[in-house]
Every structure is written in structure tokens, then in C-alpha cells.
Design a protein around this ligand. Structure first.
Ligand code: PRT
Ligand code: ZN
Length: 284
């Protein structure tokens, strides 16, 4: 039995979705260009689709899993499980108006026409804000709508904001923040759930490794207690005596987010020769 995973065939998420499987040690028999790819060393099959179709494929169990932006999931369905955030494809869905529009609050778009590919999310947002605007659904190049007189405002995906600027628009409200997410159909059969558990175990190991660094340093023996306290590590640091009398090498793992604070404290407490290395996989 194979777990069927729908991913984007061509676009911003395709390469990173495949890279994620590669980092989990999963290999495929045929290259891209097909609609389906079978893994050779894991019970998994990839279906290559347009991202817009992925939530419905997963909802209806044609695919067991999907990798897609949360923006697309929330637009299409609330009937799938979000299993894991994947940390790539980060963007936001925003409301934008012409750069000369005197925008004070969302009330200012009351009665206006907003172009978007996200009519459901936008409608929920407007309803919550008690704003009445006309939604004009278009499937691509939303940012040109105000320029050609099709709408007064847009609700579109933004990452750097340069597309909006280039089209004479300014971002005025963030409706949601999004990133790629692993979704699963509800009520996955037990055998498939067991394969999913194996996959998420590997994904966790890959993700933890990305979030952490291996650190090695030399410390005078009388400072080892304090240095060990600074280093959180997985259990406690590994301490190896150096050939130089009175010194030891200390090995541990530090989180990317706390990294620079920890390095400063280590230096203040006598650590020398600090080496930091990437970790490929991390299993706790
Ligand atoms: O063909 P298919 O339907 O599968 O692909 P698509 O064209 O609908 O999607 P694609 O590949 O463009 O994006 C897939 C997913 O990537 C989106 O659903 C988001 O979750 C995520 N993502 C991340 C983005 C962006 N960043 C992004 N910048 N999706 C679109 N954009 C657009 C944005 O709308 C703008 O027009 O890219 C343009 C550049 O953005 P700026 O702000 O950097 O100028
Ligand atoms: Zn799409």
C-alpha cells in the first residue's frame, strides 16, 4: 500500500516539496514530467497537480496527503487536517489599494470593487469587519485590475511587495499569513496512518536539524560547569579532555534562534576555539 501525496507540478512549491522528500531519504524512480512518481524505497507515490486542485483531491481522499500553501487550503476547504507546517513558501494575503488612495481603515473599501483569486477568504474577512464590498473573482494577474479599471482594490498574495509597487498599489491590510503545509485527508485508514507516522518522524528529524547547530569548543576545566549550564544540549554536553593539561573539548547542540546569545555567554565564560557545524538529521 502506498501513501499518495499531491504536490504542485510546476511553481513556487514544486522543487521545495520534492527536496523535502529527498532530505527524508526518499528516492523516486522516474524524473519530473510525469503526472505520477513512485518512490523506490518508501511506500509513497507523488501526484503532480496544479496547487489549486490539491485541497479538493485530499478532501475527497483521491490523495491521502498534500503539500500546498495554507492560503490555498483555507480558500478551498475546511475539511482536511493540517499535519505540519513546512517552513517554506512564506507569504501573506493582503488588501492593496492605489498608492494615492487616502486609506484610513478597512471601512474605506465599503461599496468598492475588490479583485481577488481568494473570494472565500476575502468574504469572511469583510463580513467580520462589517464591510460591504463587491468581490470580483479573477484567476491570475490580479494586480493589474485597478490599472485597467476592473476594480478599486485587490486582495492578493504578497511576499516582497515589489509587484504591488510596480503596479502603483500599496498594501494596507494583512488578511492572513501563510506558508506551505502538509495536509491529510480526514479518517486516514490505519495502515496509511502508520506510513504517515513514519514520514512525519523523518520530517521532524530534518526540520529539527535545520533549526539546530552542532557546536564544539575548548574550555578550561574550572569553567566546564558554568559552560554546561549555558549549553542546553540534547541531554548534557559531551566533555572530552584535551591533551593540553587543564582543558577540555565540549560538544553540544544549540538552537538557531538562541545561537548568538549563547555564543556571547560562552565567550564571556572562557570558551575558545568555538566551531559551529550544520546537522544533517536530528533524532531525539
Ligand atoms: O500553476 P499553479 O496553479 O500550480 O501555481 P500558481 O501560479 O497558482 O502558484 P505559485 O507557484 O505562484 O505559488 C504557489 C504558492 O506559493 C502560493 O499559493 C503561496 O502559498 C506561495 N507563495 C509564496 C507565493 C508567493 N510567495 C508570491 N510571491 N505565491 C505567489 N506569489 C506572487 C505574488 O502574488 C506576486 O504576484 O508572486 C508575485 C511576486 O511577489 P512579490 O510580493 O515578491 O512581488
Ligand atoms: Zn494556482
Amino acid at each position: 500500500m502506498n501513501l499518495k501525496v499531491a504536490i504542485q507540478s510546476k511553481g513556487r512549491l514544486s522543487e521545495k516539496s520534492l527536496a523535502l522528500f529527498r532530505e527524508c531519504g526518499i528516492r523516486f524512480e522516474n524524473g519530473k514530467g510525469n503526472l505520477k512518481m513512485k518512490a523506490t524505497n518508501f511506500p509513497l507515490e507523488v501526484l503532480l497537480l496544479r496547487d489549486d486542485d490539491i485541497p479538493e483531491y485530499v478532501e475527497s481522499s483521491v490523495a491521502d496527503l498534500g503539500i500546498v500553501g495554507q492560503n490555498v487550503v483555507w480558500e478551498k476547504t475546511d475539511n482536511v487536517q493540517e499535519i505540519k507546517l513546512l517552513g517554506f513558501g512564506k507569504c501573506r494575503l493582503s488588501l492593496a489599494v492605489g498608492k494615492d488612495f487616502d486609506y484610513q481603515s478597512v471601512k474605506d473599501v465599503d461599496g468598492l470593487k475588490i479583485a481577488t483569486s481568494y473570494p472565500n477568504i476575502l468574504q469572511k474577512f469583510l463580513t467580520k469587519k462589517k464591510v460591504n464590498a463587491k468581490i470580483h473573482e479573477i484567476s491570475g494577474s490580479v494586480e493589474i485590475a485597478p490599472g485597467i479599471g476592473l476594480a478599486n482594490a485587490v486582495c492578493d498574495i504578497v511576499s516582497t511587495g515589489s509587484t504591488l509597487t510596480l503596479n502603483g498599489l500599496k498594501e494596507v491590510e494583512t488578511i492572513l499569513k501563510s506558508q506551505a503545509v502538509l495536509i491529510a485527508t480526514k479518517n486516514l485508514p490505519t495502515e496509511k496512518q502508520a506510513i504517515l507516522d513514519k514520514l512525519t518522524f523523518r520530517l521532524d528529524a530534518v526540520q529539527k536539524a535545520k533549526d539546530n547547530k552542532y557546536i564544539l569548543l575548548n574550555a578550561p576545566n574550572d569553567k566546564i560547569d558554568i559552560i554546561s549550564e549555558i549549553l542546553p544540549g540534547m541531554k548534557s554536553p559531551t566533555i572530552v579532555p584535551l591533551t593540553e593539561e587543564g582543558w577540555s573539548s565540549v560538544h553540544s547542540v544549540v538552537n538557531e534562534n538562541e545561537f548568538w546569545d549563547i555564543i556571547e555567554k560562552l565567550r564571556e565564560n572562557g570558551a575558545q576555539g568555538i566551531l559551529v557545524m550544520p546537522i544533517e538529521k536530528m533524532i531525539l
